[in-house]
Design a binder for this molecule. Structure first.
Ligand code: HEM
Length: 491
């Protein structure tokens, strides 16, 4: 590297470190800082994560739902933050709903060419083929059978044992293991058996958690800084490299064993589906290329494991409200329901929606317009500029959800005739909206309901007093210290 090149890297790096030190020196957070919007105040708060999400919500409410964040001039961290449903509706129905932009692909490089970070024609092929997979009869059957057998064979015995021995368990860890096992069976045909009484170390799960945290921090740093950290292997970027190596070796083993099996197997999972995908229909997919299969399936696996386990954890934490649990139980007693078709459980659906409104598993969404535009709020955005929609803040806006926005009230989802109330996705953006709506929404809701029904019918949880419940800085809303509970059997 030339001297100029070296200085080009080091100067921003040193300035950024100084900048970060100034955040860390501040010990406590005050109210939202709005006066003059000094970037240091804004960014200092951004690193005090446990409070930052609430703080971002307060700033949105105080600024008519939209504000501009100015980072240091060299850092490329300027952002427009908006949770204005008019802006969201405009962005999701216009061209930049489809494309995520080149910056996103750089930040999510660990997912390679998977659907989450792909754009343009490749995304179109992945989206159409993914849609066909998620609607394939065999795949649908496998999603129900794998969830149901994991419940009966692993989760129930695990909770029985915890109840019998009166031990404290971390419910978040339990749900992550449960979802990892079911997602892995669905996507790769391999059951890692991570949910068992022995609670084995889950290398893949730890790698995914680190990668999600590193990606979160990449959104706050200049690209040049995190790339340099990755290159020399320091801080969270070192863990990102380890995560990448774990993903690669796990997938290398799975793909090579699937390649040895017969073509077009009777049981379809994402690996076998993409290995045999019809390239006359989806011209840009590469069934013979192992890296491509790794990218596509890894994205699906991560999308399925972490979001659903986060949603379940916050749901059970909020369901400590005894009146909510009583109503859910009452509905189960009064309703005839098919365990594989849980649509009739309206109150349960309402309670799940309500917990995801307050604790969305994906708390941020990033957009980047392909050409300059003026948003309905009057804010001008340049081509390739960065827009952040804080879904966590959106769910808490009094001007959007009413004065009781911060209360957990499943009843708000129930219409006068007793059915479910529909809320537009510009207001309830938990599963995204428009062309890039979550492909796994129905699968996630089905799995969450199957787990909730089984657990609520059989067990009571008591949340351990005095534990700190706070989110970890990550692209997924996980609890930093987990959720400690004790279990007792109620039948
Ligand atoms: C409660 C559970 C879930 C929530 C809240 C959720 C939420 C989301 C959100 C917000 C996005 C948009 C992300 C972005 O554009 O940056 C998304 C995309 C996606 N989700 Fe989910 N998700 C959940 C479960 C699942 C499951 C179980 C799967 C299946 C494996 C899945 C598969 C996907 C895929 C493939 C995309 C990419 C869609 C595209 O870009 O075209 N999700 N999800």
């Amino acid at each position: 590297m030339s001297m100029i090149g070296l200085f080009g890297v080091l100067i921003p790096f040193i300035l950024f470190l100084a900048f970060q030190c100034s955040f860390l020196c501040k010990k406590s957070l005050g109210g939202p800082i709005l006066k003059n919007w000094p970037f240091l105040d804004a960014s200092r708060n951004a690193l005090q994560y446990p409070r930052v999400l609430d703080w971002i919500a307060e700033v949105h409410e105080a600024n008519d739902l939209t504000f501009v964040f100015k980072g240091p001039w060299f850092s490329g961290t300027d952002r427009l933050f908006t949770v204005d449903p008019r802006n969201i509706n405009h962005m999701l129905s216009s061209n930049f709903a489809k494309s995520k932009g080149p910056e996103f692909k750089k930040i999510f490089d660990i997912l390679g060419d998977g659907i989450v970070s792909a754009d343009m024609e490749l995304w179109e092929d992945l989206r159409k083929s993914g849609h066909a997979l998620f609607h394939h009869q065999n795949f649908l059957k496998l999603s129900v059978s794998s969830t149901s057998s994991k419940l009966n064979d692993d989760l129930v015995p695990f909770l029985d044992k915890a109840a019998e021995k009166k031990i404290i368990i971390d419910l978040q860890d339990v749900f992550q293991r449960f979802m990892f096992d079911t997602a892995s069976i669905l996507m790769t045909g391999y059951d890692p058996m991570s949910l068992s009484i022995e609670m084995p170390k889950v290398e893949f799960g730890e790698a995914a958690d680190f990668a999600e945290e590193a990606i979160f921090y990449r959104h706050l740093k200049p690209v040049i800084l995190w790339r340099l950290q990755n290159l020399i292997g320091v801080g969270i970027e070192r863990k990102m490299r380890t995560a990448s190596a774990i993903f690669n070796s796990t997938f290398a083993k799975i793909i090579s064993s699937r390649r040895k099996e017969e073509k077009e197997p009777a049981i379809i999972n994402a690996v076998t589906y993409y290995m045999n995908v019809d390239t006359t229909k989806y011209k840009l997919l590469k069934p013979g290329n192992d890296t491509f299969i790794r990218d596509v399936v890894l994205s699906l696996l991560v999308a399925g494991r972490d979001t659903t386990s986060s949603a379940l954890t916050w749901f059970f934490w909020l369901s400590k409200h005894p009146q909510v649990m009583t109503k859910i139980r009452q509905e189960m007693i009064n309703t005839k329901f098919d365990p594989t078709d849980l649509e009739t459980l309206v109150y349960l659906h309402a309670a799940l929606s309500e917990s995801m409104r307050l604790y969305p598993p994906v708390p941020f969404n990033h957009k980047s317009p392909s050409k300059s535009d003026v948003l309905p709020s009057g804010h001008k955005v340049e081509a390739e500029s960065k827009i952040v929609i804080c879904i966590y803040a959106l769910g808490r806006m009094r001007s959007v959800w009413g004065e009781d926005a911060s209360d957990f009230k499943p009843e708000r989802w129930i219409s006068e005739n007793g059915g479910l109330k529909h809320e537009p996705s510009s207001k309830f953006l938990v599963f995204n909206a428009g062309p890039r709506t979550c492909l796994g929404k129905h699968l996630a809701l089905l799995q969450m309901k199957m787990v909730a029904v089984e657990i609520i019918q059989k067990y009571d949880f008591e949340v351990v007093e005095g534990q700190k419940i706070e989110p970890v800085p990550s692209i997924i809303l996980r609890m930093k210290h987990g959720l400690k509970v004790t279990v007792s059997k109620n039948i």
